[in-house]
Design a protein around this ligand. Structure first.
Ligand code: GDP
Length: 304
């Protein structure tokens, strides 16, 4: 959590103090609203989410002047609600695999986003929490990717299913991995997929092929398709996300590198624009540097 706090330092220093002084000045006038708007945009909150926040703030603060502390509390609860909106009242907010049944998490994302690292970290968490876990190295295009996944497999003590042949078909690896998961009664199968964005059609074809294999061979599994997104890319990351959401029936996002130069506001943009929940956040390169996402923790780190 501290790492997250430190990571969001940049966002925070800019946001909170300035917000406090603006919000604390009394009824919001147009000038104050413009200042807040530019603060939010600088923090990578994005246009749509910023508009939404501004409108809500205006509605609330036009009616009554809240003392700064209360205004900040109002803002916090607004941001939490935005981040939780895609969950639509889901009861169990903790995102985990289930005991004694197969969950398949298809990990997508552009190369360099932190997909492999995230897979290793999730495997580690799953293992520690007592789930049996397997990794499928289905990014067969890059030989280095398979090797890297294997390294993370060793680190997290989770077996990696890979196919050493040249020009291996990712779908074939996934097929083998599901067979292995079945015979070992695996509870969580993590699938690493290719992240080449240059050719959108290839990406889509490959991901849908993998998806078809999963639906056919494991129709009863709980399948989640998670997009790994580099938070330091800000709005550019969102454009990538759009491509993936067209290619991969996404169900959630992992936001990485929030420890870096990240402008943490991008989390709000992601949720608002993609309508997807954030499931994990990465805040470092080490195996322990991944946390299940909590809107409460996140907003506290952002605005305290
Ligand atoms: P992939 O190509 O998407 O599989 O990306 P990798 O997992 O290989 O990660 C790319 C680089 O980002 C590596 O140097 C990782 O150590 C680094 N990385 C991944 N996640 C994080 C994170 O949360 N914080 C930081 N600072 N670096 C990260």
């Amino acid at each position: 959590l501290n790492k997250l706090r430190q990571g969001l330092d940049k966002t925070r220093r800019g946001l909170v103090n300035q917000l406090r002084s603006i919000v604390g000045q009394g009824p919001l006038n147009d000038e104050a609203v413009m200042e807040i708007e530019s603060l939010l945009l600088q923090a990578d909150v994005g246009v749509a989410a910023t508009d939404y926040i501004i409108e809500s703030l205006q509605t609330q603060l036009r009616q009554e002047t809240l003392p700064p502390e209360q205004a900040i509390q109002y803002l916090k609860s607004l941001l939490r609600d935005m981040l939780d909106a895609p969950l639509q009242g889901e009861h169990n907010l903790t995102f985990t695999p289930q005991k004694d049944t197969l969950s398949i998490w298809l990990m997508t994302g552009v190369n360099g986003a932190g997909k492999t690292t995230t897979i290793g970290k999730i495997a580690h968490i799953a293992k520690k929490s007592g789930f049996s876990c397997l990794i499928a190295a289905a990014d067969t295009f890059r030989a280095a990717a398979v090797e890297q996944v294997k390294v993370w497999g060793q680190r997290s003590d989770v077996e990696v299913i890979a196919n050493p042949g040249k020009n291996t078909d990712p779908a074939a690896v996934v097929f083998d991995a599901i067979s292995a998961a079945r015979s070992r009664q695996t509870e969580l199968l993590l699938i690493d997929t290719a992240g080449r964005l240059q050719n959108k059609k290839n990406l889509m074809d490959e991901l849908s092929k993998v998806r078809r294999i999963i639906d056919k061979k494991a129709p009863d599994a709980d399948v989640q398709s998670l997009l790994v997104l580099d938070a330091t890319l800000g709005q550019n990351g969102l454009r990538q996300a759009q491509v993936f959401s067209e290619a991969a029936q996404l169900s959630g996002v992992v936001l990485t590198k929030l420890d870096g130069t990240a402008r943490g506001g991008v989390a709000l943009a992601v949720v608002q624009q993609l309508g997807l929940p954030i499931r994990f956040i990465g805040a470092g390169e080490g195996i322990e540097d991944l946390r299940p996402f909590s809107s409460y923790e996140f907003v506290e780190a952002l605005l305290s």
